[in-house]
Write a protein that binds this ligand. Structure first.
Ligand SMILES: *Cc1c(COP(=O)(O)O)cnc(C)c1O
Length: 408
């Protein structure tokens, strides 16, 4: 390990060596793990060097810092590795996934008179932000089913300025064809944005599929340990990186050095965790599909999933994610509560992507603001349970699920 040529590295290698970027053969005695720089302020030898530091680069070409809100070494290390992982030209990290989404929407140019076309089954708070922050300033919001075969006609008819999707929908894991969306976005001149939180760069690199901006709630799989809230936007275009940086600095939603460190540390095992989580999720899906208390399982790795073929084409490493949903035969809230309360290993948690398995009940959490009939329209029944599969031994998980289902 001397000079890093990380552009040739596979994702797992890149992530493991992510915070050693400053290691070069002409400095010795430096720590192998980048220290956490808590300083809010960075000093420079003279006024001229301070002036130069405002550009972000020192005279010798090293990164230069002035004030932590404008950038700090730990955030920059994380931005570098995520840029490489997603094959973008730059990235900006934020204090949460929601802050990242906010900045991405602003950077895309959404303003009074512009139109955004978004997938109807987006993460609830994202739709909430569009409705309460952007619609009141004069942005037109159109929500549509963007998994539908008519998506090309829909986009041509709407002529949006921005198209916003998620790689896999919550909780039913519906798959959107990223190649079709990015091609039609280019045709109508729209900025394309995708939230890839559920898939991570282990399963898909949306920039390779023609997307302009990729968002992650790094709180989920990227961090992976349930101990840090963070978000990131990776850009395929330099002008959008500048916009994002400008908004990050102005809105003050920068990620702290400590949280940057935690996410960078979590990323080192992303590939390993994803591999285990995807394998566990497939095995659990197959088990649940045969279980007498289960009506239906939604997992893109099952041949019965309506978009299994599309998922096989889009998702890498022959894996299909760590998230699945299933419906109890007894489709009532009481049955769902009984099941969740009987679980001994899987934690009842509204989040996902952690090393431990987590169950949530969409009617109570992500989709609680919808009426029963609205939920039904989206295919979310009262017996629908979401499972974010962790890295535990799969037999322990199967045992726990089975004993909780046996009450049915
Ligand atoms: C959790 C989540 C977000 C929001 O991220 P926070 O880090 O909680 O702000 C956005 N999109 C998706 C798909 C999520 O799961």
């Amino acid at each position: 390990m001397k000079e890093h040529n990380y552009s040739s590295w596979a994702l797992d290698t890149l992530l493991v060596h992510s915070n050693q970027f400053n290691y070069t053969s002409n400095n010795s005695g430096i720590p192998s793990v980048e220290p956490i720089s808590t300083s809010t302020t960075y000093l420079h030898r003279n006024a001229e060097m301070l002036d130069q530091a405002f550009s972000g680069i020192s005279p010798s070409g090293e990164p230069a810092y002035v004030y932590a809100r404008q950038g700090n070494p730990n955030a920059q290390t994380l931005e570098k590795v995520l840029t490489q992982a997603e094959k973008g030209v730059g990235a900006v990290v934020f204090a949460s996934g929601m802050a990242a989404i906010h900045a991405a929407l602003l950077a895309s140019g959404l303003a009074s008179g512009s139109k955004i076309l978004a997938a109807q089954d987006l993460y609830g708070p994202t739709i909430g932000m569009l409705r309460t922050v952007f619609v009141p300033i004069g942005v037109e919001l159109v929500l549509q089913d963007l998994c539908s075969p008519q998506v090309i006609e829909t986009v041509r008819a709407e002529q949006p300025d921005v198209i916003y999707i998620e790689t896999l929908s919550n909780p039913l894991t519906r798959v959107i064809d990223l190649d079709v969306i990015s091609a039609i976005a280019k045709e109508v001149g729209a900025v394309s944005i995708v939230d890839s939180t559920f898939t991570t760069p282990y399963l898909i690199k949306p920039i390779d599929h023609g997307f302009d901006l990729v968002i992650h709630s790094a709180t989920k799989y990227l961090g992976g340990h349930g101990d840090a809230t963070a978000g990131v936007v990776i850009s395929a275009r330099n002008n959008l990186v500048e916009q994002l940086r400008g908004y990050a600095t102005m809105l003050g939603a920068m990620l702290s050095p400590f949280d940057s460190y935690l996410i960078t540390r979590g990323l080192k095992t992303l590939a390993l965790r994803m591999e285990r989580q995807c394998n566990n999720a497939l095995e659990i899906s197959q088990f649940l599909q045969k279980h007498k208390a289960v009506e239906r399982v939604h997992y893109p790795g099952l041949p019965t999933h309506p978009q299994h073929e599309l998922a096989s084409r889009l998702l890498m490493n022959r894996h299909f994610g760590g998230l699945l949903a299933f419906e109890l035969k007894e489709q009532t809230r009481e049955a769902a509560y009984r099941f969740m309360d009987r679980l001994q290993l899987c934690l009842p948690a509204t989040t996902l992507g952690d090393v431990y398995s987590e169950v949530s009940y969409p009617a109570l959490s992500s989709h609680r603001n919808l009426t029963t009939s609205e939920r039904q329209k989206f295919g979310i029944t009262d017996g629908c349970i979401r499972l974010s599969v962790g890295i535990e031994d799969v037999n322990d998980l199967l045992y726990d699920l089975d004993q909780a289902l046996l009450s049915h």
